[in-house]
Design a protein. Structure first.
Length: 208
């Protein structure tokens, strides 16, 4: 059972599940009311730490959702403990929509997607964004690895619930680094064959 479903399955959602015939199956995932937050398993923590980006959703004071992409080197989102994520937020287009939304309502959704392995994880939590100088010890802890640029804020997310998402319809896509790693043996074999070919040509040329 997961707290994620308790948060996501509102009365309106349950009504639709009833109409679509999935209410019984979906209801098996519900906790008793007031259940504790979901701690991150080692599998979930490793998955998050291994990614180089995620989608961050917040809600404005007027009720409109807003989604932003956050990226950096693999591991820039740090798992501080089984209930807390953190990263250093760098200067972008200076609109600060997510920062403003979080200040008014700390409830957020994070979506982690590994297209190469067709795996995704959805997470609900409560976020804080504070000036980088407000907690030097935490800033140092989040500094490596981190996204390049001028650091402006320390962002932490207190995990409330999460769930692994269905892998259906995820088109496999690979980053440049992943392709380079996968093709390295091919490039090495081509290089060896080219060397052998050059040696054979030189040997043939010398025999005439």
């Amino acid at each position: 059972m997961s707290r994620f479903e308790n948060l996501a399955y509102t009365s309106a959602v349950r009504q639709v599940q009833e109409e679509m015939g999935s209410a019984k199956a979906a209801g098996r995932l519900l906790q008793a009311p007031g259940g504790a937050a979901d701690p991150l398993t080692s599998a979930a923590a490793d998955f998050i730490s291994g990614l180089d980006g995620f989608l961050f959703a917040s809600v404005s004071e007027s009720g409109w959702p807003y989604i932003q992409f956050r990226g950096g080197p693999a591991g820039f989102v740090h798992v501080l403990d089984p209930h807390t994520l953190g990263y250093l937020d760098v200067r972008g287009n200076r609109q600060y929509i997510t920062a403003g939304n979080v200040r008014a309502d700390d409830r957020v959704a994070l979506f982690f997607l590994d297209q190469a392995r067709q795996t995704r994880l959805k997470l609900l939590g409560r976020a804080t964004a504070v000036p980088v100088g407000s907690d030097p010890a935490l800033a140092r802890r989040l500094d490596s690895p981190r996204t390049e640029g001028t650091v402006e804020q320390l962002v932490t997310i207190r995990v409330e619930g999460y769930a692994w998402n269905c892998p259906n319809h995820i088109t496999p896509r690979f980053s440049q680094a992943e392709l380079s790693e996968a093709l390295a043996p091919v490039h090495e074999r081509i290089a060896r064959l080219e060397q052998e070919n050059a040696a054979l040509r030189a040997e043939l040329a010398g025999s005439h």
